[in-house]
Design a binder for this molecule. Structure first.
Ligand code: SF4
Ligand code: SF4
Ligand code: FES
Length: 600
C-alpha cells in the first residue's frame, strides 16, 4: 500500500509503515503505536467495534472486537483489538472459529436487555448492533428473565434518548467530554441498570450536540429533527458542503421524494473531521421556510417561471445605459463568475451576512464567525473593490448618477442580504430591475418591491458549483433536490441572461463554467477542475492560514475511516409530527426570516 492510499480523507500525508504483521494470514503494514483495529481498518481489514471511534479515546468496554493474537500477554488469552498495540510479526486471528465464538458470546450478552425493536427503531438499516447480530449473533435468545427497563427522554433540544437500546459504549459521554468539551453526559447506576444521562439540571445543549446521534452505534440517541421521518434505506445521499458558515463542513444531504430529510457530517480531516454543528445540520429548513420566494413574478404578479425568465431576457436584450449588479457571499463561484461577466464594466457590490456565534472544539473543529459560505470565493473573483462598504458605495454612486438602465440583484442569502438602506433607496433609480431571491424578508423587501421581474433563487441544497471556505479550500456543493416547481438554477438563469446580452454563445454546465473560471483567473483557481476537487475539495492557489486569518488548519491526525463508514453500516436517526425540536441559543440563526421558533 502506498502512503497516499493510506492517507486519510482530506488527503493528509503521512503513513509510512514501520513494520508488518498479519491478520488472518494477510500481511498488513503498521506504524509503531498502531492498535490491531486501527492498522486493520487502514488496510481494509474490518474488525467489528462499538465503543471505539477514531476521534475519541479508547474505552475498551464493549468487547466485540475480541481477537486471538500471538505476542500478547498473557499468552493464549483473547485481546481487544481496539486497545492492543501491534508488534512486528504478530499473527492475529480475527475471523476464525474461536473468534466467532467470542463474538457470539458478546452479542448474546449485549442483547440480553435489548428490546429487539428494530421494526420501529430509527437506526434500523444503519445500526451496528443489528448488523453484527446478523453477522455474529445467535438466532434465539436463552434469556428468560425480566428485561431491565431504562428511561426514554429528551436529553436536550436536539437529542432523544431511548434507554433500552443503549449498550453503554460511552461514545457519547466521551464525545461531550473530549470533543465538545462541555461534559454534559455521564454513565449513571451500575451493572445491567446503567445507562447514560445528563447531570442534574443540565441539558445536552452544546453547539455540536447532534454529533452524539451520528456516533451512537445503536438507536439509543436520536436526532429529533429527522426522527420518525423516513426509513434510512429509502434515503438518497448527496455529497455536498454545508453553507451555514465559512468552515464549509463536508456533509451528506439525505433526501427522500425530492425533500431533504436530514444533513449529516461527512468525514474530511482537513475541514471538519467527523463532525458538524447543530445550526448547520438544520440549514435545510432555510429551503422550506415560509419566507422562501416560491414563485416567479412580473411587476408583483405571480406568473409561470418560464414567462418571468422570458421577460428578464427581454429586459437584458433591450437594456440601455449602464448595468449594476448586487450579489452575496452565498453565491457559488460559478454564479459569481457568470454574474461578473453579465454586469461587465458596471459596478458590482457584494453584501455579506454579519458575523455570528463561533465555537472551537477540543480537537480543533471550528464553527466560523463568518456566516457566508463563499466570502473567499467572492474576494477571489470580484476583487476587494466589490466587497463590503466600498462596493456598495460604488454601486450607489452609479445608481445616483441616473444612467443605470438595468440593476440585477442576485440575493441567495438566507434571511435576505443586508444591503444598506442607501443602496436600497438608490436601486429605484435604475430603469429596470431583475431580482433573483431566496427569501423575502424585511431586510431585502425594498429590493423586491418595484422589481420588473422576481425569480426564485436556489438554496445551497439545490446548487451545483463550488464554494471556497475560510481556509481557501475549494469544495463542491452538489444539488440534492431540484429548485422550486418550474424554476431553473441560478447559474442557468444567469447564463441565459448572459447569452441574451450576447456575452456568451451557449449555456455551460457548472463544470464548464468552472473550467472557464480557472482559465480566466489562474492565480486564484489555476490547476483546479471538478475532477481534481473530487469529494474532499482542494486548496486554491495561495490558500493557507495567513490568507484570511479567520480559519486555522486542523492538526493532522492519522486519517483512519471511522468504523461506521468502513464497515457495512453507517449511522443514525429520524421526527414525528407531534415531536418538535425545541429552540436553543445555537439555533437562533434560523429564526428571523419566517421560520417559527416552534418549528425548531
Ligand atoms: S447512548 Fe449510544 S453512544 Fe451513548 S453510551 Fe449508549 S449506545 Fe453508546
Ligand atoms: S461549522 Fe459551519 S459549515 Fe460546519 S456545519 Fe456548522 S454552520 Fe455548517
Ligand atoms: S472493546 Fe474494542 S471496540 Fe469496544
Amino acid at each position: 500500500m502506498t502512503a497516499d492510499a493510506a492517507a486519510g480523507p482530506g488527503g493528509e500525508p503521512g503513513f509510512t509503515p514501520d513494520f508488518t504483521f498479519s491478520i488472518d494470514g494477510v500481511t498488513v503494514p503498521a506504524k509503531k503505536g498502531d492498535t490491531i483495529l486501527k492498522a486493520g481498518l487502514r488496510a481494509g481489514k474490518f474488525i467489528p467495534h462499538y465503543c471505539w471511534h477514531p476521534g475519541l479515546s479508547i474505552a475498551g468496554n464493549c468487547r466485540i472486537c475480541l481477537v486471538h493474537a500471538t505476542k500478547t500477554m498473557p499468552p493464549g488469552k483473547p485481546v481487544i483489538a481496539c486497545a492492543t498495540e501491534v508488534v512486528e510479526g504478530m499473527e492475529v486471528e480475527s475471523d476464525g472459529p474461536r473468534t466467532k465464538e467470542l463474538r457470539e458470546g458478546v452479542m448474546e450478552f449485549l442483547l440480553i436487555n435489548h428490546p429487539l425493536d428494530c421494526p420501529v427503531c430509527d437506526q434500523a438499516g444503519e445500526c451496528d448492533l443489528q448488523q453484527y447480530s446478523f453477522d455474529h449473533g445467535r438466532e434465539t435468545s436463552r434469556f428468560e428473565e425480566e428485561k431491565t427497563q431504562r428511561p426514554r427522554k429528551d436529553l436536550g433540544p436536539l437529542i432523544r434518548f431511548v434507554g433500552n437500546r443503549c449498550i453503554v459504549c460511552t461514545r457519547c459521554v466521551r464525545f461531550c467530554e473530549e470533543v465538545a468539551g462541555t461534559g454534559e453526559l455521564s454513565v449513571v447506576n451500575r451493572g445491567d441498570a446503567s445507562w447514560i444521562d445528563t447531570f442534574p439540571g443540565v441539558e445536552l445543549d452544546n453547539p455540536m450536540s447532534g454529533c452524539v446521534a451520528d456516533i451512537c452505534p445503536v438507536g439509543a440517541l436520536l436526532d429529533k429533527d429527522s426522527m420518525h421521518s423516513t426509513r434510512v434505506w429509502l434515503l438518497r445521499g448527496t455529497k455536498s458542503v454545508c453553507a451555514g458558515c465559512a468552515t464549509g463542513c463536508n456533509v451528506n444531504v439525505e433526501t427522500f421524494d425530492e425533500k431533504v430529510k436530514r444533513i449529516t457530517p461527512r468525514e474530511n480531516q482537513a475541514v471538519n473531521r467527523w463532525w458538524m454543528c447543530d445550526a448547520g445540520r438544520l440549514t435545510w429548513r432555510e429551503a422550506t421556510a415560509p419566507a422562501r420566494v416560491g414563485a416567479a413574478r412580473i411587476a408583483g404578479q405571480e406568473v409561470p417561471f418560464a414567462r418571468a425568465l422570458e421577460r428578464a431576457l427581454e429586459l437584458v436584450r433591450d437594456a440601455s445605459g449602464g448595468v449594476v449588479g448586487l450579489t452575496t457571499g452565498f453565491a457559488s463561484n460559478e454564479e459569481l463568475f457568470t454574474f461578473q461577466g453579465l454586469v461587465g464594466r458596471g459596478a458590482i457590490a457584494a453584501a455579506f451576512a454579519p458575523d455570528g456565534a463561533t465555537f472551537t472544539s477540543r480537537d480543533g473543529f471550528a464553527i466560523a464567525a463568518d456566516k457566508n459560505p463563499n466570502r473567499e470565493g467572492a474576494r477571489r473573483i470580484l476583487g476587494e473593490g466589490a466587497l463590503g462598504a466600498a462596493g456598495q458605495d460604488a454601486a450607489i454612486a452609479a445608481l445616483e448618477e441616473g444612467k443605470v438602465g438595468l440593476a440585477i440583484v442576485h440575493d441567495a442569502a438566507p434571511g435576505g442580504a443586508p444591503w444598506s438602506p442607501r443602496l436600497l433607496a438608490a436601486l429605484g433609480k435604475a430603469k429596470a430591475r431583475i431580482v433573483l431571491a431566496l427569501h423575502e424578508t424585511p431586510a431585502n423587501a425594498d429590493a423586491l418591491r418595484g422589481a420588473a421581474v422576481v425569480l426564485p433563487a436556489a438554496h445551497a441544497t439545490e446548487k451545483d458549483g463550488t464554494f471556497v471556505n475560510a481556509m481557501g479550500r475549494v469544495q463542491r456543493v452538489r444539488p440534492a433536490v431540484p429548485p422550486p416547481a418550474g424554476a431553473r438554477s441560478d447559474l442557468d438563469v444567469l447564463e441565459e441572461l448572459a447569452r441574451a446580452a450576447a456575452l456568451q454563445p451557449r449555456v455551460l454546465s457548472a463544470a464548464g463554467v468552472f473550467r472557464r473560471l480557472a482559465q480566466a483567473l489562474p492565480a486564484q483557481f489555476g490547476g483546479l477542475d471538478y475532477n481534481a476537487l473530487g469529494e474532499l475539495g482542494r486548496p486554491a492557489p495561495g490558500a493557507g492560514e495567513a490568507l484570511l486569518g479567520r480559519g486555522r488548519p486542523l492538526p493532522i491526525v492519522d486519517g483512519v475511516r471511522s468504523g461506521y463508514e468502513a464497515g457495512p453500516v453507517s449511522r443514525a436517526p429520524g421526527r414525528a409530527d407531534d415531536e418538535q425540536v425545541r429552540p436553543s441559543v445555537h439555533h437562533e440563526s434560523l429564526v428571523g426570516y419566517g421560520t417559527r421558533r416552534g418549528d425548531l
